[in-house]
Design a protein around this ligand. Sequence first.
Ligand code: ZN
Length: 312
Amino acid sequence: MAVQLYYPDQIENVWHQSQTGESYRLDIVEKLVRLKDTLSSDQKFQITTVTDTPIEVLRLVHTPEYVEALRTGQSPELANSSGLLWQPALPIAYANSAQCLMQAASTALQVGSAGVISSGGHHAVPGRGFGFNPVNELAIAAKHLLNTQKVSKLAIFDLDIHYANGTNTILHDEPRVLNIDIWNKTLPQWQPVEDTNTLKQVFIDSMDSYWAKLDEALKQLIDFEPEIILYHSGMDVFENDRTGGIFGFKESKIKEREEKVFDFSKKNKIPIVLVVGGGYAHHETPTSTEISLQQLVKLHTISFESLASLQS
Ligand SMILES: [Zn+2]
């Protein structure tokens, strides 16, 4: 059976503008478009494009003022707060993106696994976007799963290299979500929060500590017995990533990590949803130290291949 993937309609129409005025897609958008093209030619995957999501879904975690700013583009400071430029396609694409996670979770609960060619949005807080994340898709999906009683508890496993300020804030006092965030990079504007019984924020600074902490986190997942895992798979751990990178984190290590996580899900029979996390490229002026967009798409493809191998 093909792996079910979900892709947000209109994301390809979210454009950025260079200082000289030309339109282009930021790497975080462009990589999704390319990933969809790559994966759609592979019979292992069945891609559903999610369309026409009502913007109200964003209210599951975002404030009415912020949702209204996203809807209309008025209050430009709020509407542009993530760093993505507001344009009519933006709220449509990101409401669809949140819906992708909700649909993928439903599918995973039925068949064991599913994925989204879509972002997790872990920097967005209730009242604004941050870090090119206009909405927090992970938090929205978590709230949806709990509110609709599709599950009684779940886990978010965030292996993007950046601190998940948004998700950690939104779900801070939610004991039904085990939220594990293994991170190395942060920015001053991303407000940190304290750990709780169900929020484990794990700072790592080397390859060695990474694997030990990863094993520890997997043990915590077993103990919590989540009914589903939302897996935010960041490729920005890659050593040549533009914004992140851990020295020594090569492609082979990424493959190892993805296999470890998906094997864990299979072995413990916990449904899992693959969500595309960070991973950044200099696509205009690639240098030997900067990961190219092509490489980046290849890294994310490793995740999807690993997801597909779950079903074999
Ligand atoms: Zn990141």
